[in-house]
Each structure stands twice: as structure tokens, then as C-alpha cells.
Design a protein around this ligand. Structure first.
Ligand code: ADP
Ligand code: MG
Length: 152
């Protein structure tokens, strides 16, 4: 079982697409174990996107991600990190395949609706950046026996 961090970015909140996107994750069988709405500060943006802070386009990313409320969440499931990244699609909505979240709802390389951790280290770091251990509500959904076989 693996946990991954996702963020409904300000464009997703403003465009009222959160419900649709959440449904996709739930329909897939992923389990929400934490969620909160917040406004990202420039300081938090710099920590979250530490790998991009030196890039020429970082200032526009910071302006975007701090420009409205976001919803941060933790998803749990088998191979959740890879599965969520594949559900998101390529970074740019113009490149992302049809059928992916970005491919279906985004026409931008910046306003691509949802962030997802890109590996186990990033997931652990990002979950800890937004949530305390006490805020993670691990639980076993009663529907689990109908989502996968017992030995998977
Ligand atoms: P991903 O979110 O797919 O992991 P990156 O880590 O490359 O993508 O970039 C982080 C975020 O920065 C992207 O999701 C997107 O919102 C934004 N971004 C990426 N490339 C650019 C760019 N060239 N100009 C502006 N914003 C960008
Ligand atoms: Mg990335």
C-alpha cells in the first residue's frame, strides 16, 4: 500500500472541477486519507517547488499557485504514486493524452489542475509539508474486497 500527495491547484478550485477530479480518483479505487483547503504562501510554494525555484518560469508558477485557495490531499492505494501520475497525464494539458485529467480538462502547461508526487521521496516530503501524522486518517474501506483480490 502506498500513499501519494495531490494538490487541487487554484485553477481546479476556481473552475469547479474538484468534484469531477475527485470522482475519478474514487472511481479508480484510490482512498482519500487526508484533505484540507488552504492558501499557499510564497514560502510554502518555494518549499513545495524547491526543485524549480531557480527556473526562469518559477515566478509565474509561484504567482499561480499562491493566487487562490487550493485543496491538499493524500491518496492511498496499490502503486498510488505511479497510478496517480498516469491519471494526471503529461505536464502540459496540450501534450497530455485524452482520457487523462490534464488531457481532458487542461489546455495549458501551467494551469494543469492537479499536482501529484513524482516518486516515493517526493511523496513523503510533500505529505509532511502539508500534513501532520495525526491528520492522516488511515482506514480500510468496507468495499475493499470488491476492489481487488485478497492476494493483490
Ligand atoms: P509536473 O507537475 O508534471 O511534475 P513539473 O514538475 O515539470 O511538472 O512542473 C511543476 C509545475 O510547474 C507544473 O505542474 C506546471 O503547473 C508548472 N510549469 C511547468 N513547466 C512550466 C513552464 N515552462 N512555465 C510555467 N509553468 C510551468
Ligand atoms: Mg514535478
Amino acid at each position: 500500500m502506498q500513499q501519494t500527495f495531490i494538490l487541487f491547484k487554484p485553477d481546479c478550485v476556481q473552475r469547479r472541477l474538484m468534484g469531477k477530479v475527485m470522482s475519478r480518483f474514487e472511481d479508480k479505487g484510490l482512498n482519500f486519507v487526508a484533505m484540507k483547503m488552504l492558501q499557499i504562501t510564497p514560502e510554502l510554494a518555494q518549499q513545495h517547488y524547491a526543485e524549480h525555484v531557480e527556473k526562469s518560469w518559477y515566478p509565474t508558477l509561484e504567482q499561480f499557485i499562491t493566487g487562490g485557495p487550493v485543496v491538499a490531499a493524500v491518496l492511498e492505494g496499490l502503486d498510488a504514486i505511479r497510478v496517480v501520475r498516469e491519471m494526471l497525464g503529461a505536464t502540459s494539458g496540450l501534450q497530455a493524452s485524452a482520457g487523462t485529467i490534464r488531457g481532458d480538462f487542461s489546455a495549458s502547461r501551467q494551469m494543469n489542475l492537479v499536482h501529484g508526487s513524482d516518486g516515493p521521496e517526493a511523496a513523503a516530503r510533500e505529505i509532511a509539508l502539508y500534513f501532520t501524522a495525526a491528520e492522516l486518517c488511515a482506514h480500510e474501506p468496507t468495499i475493499t474486497p470488491w476492489l481487488r483480490a485478497a492476494d493483490e
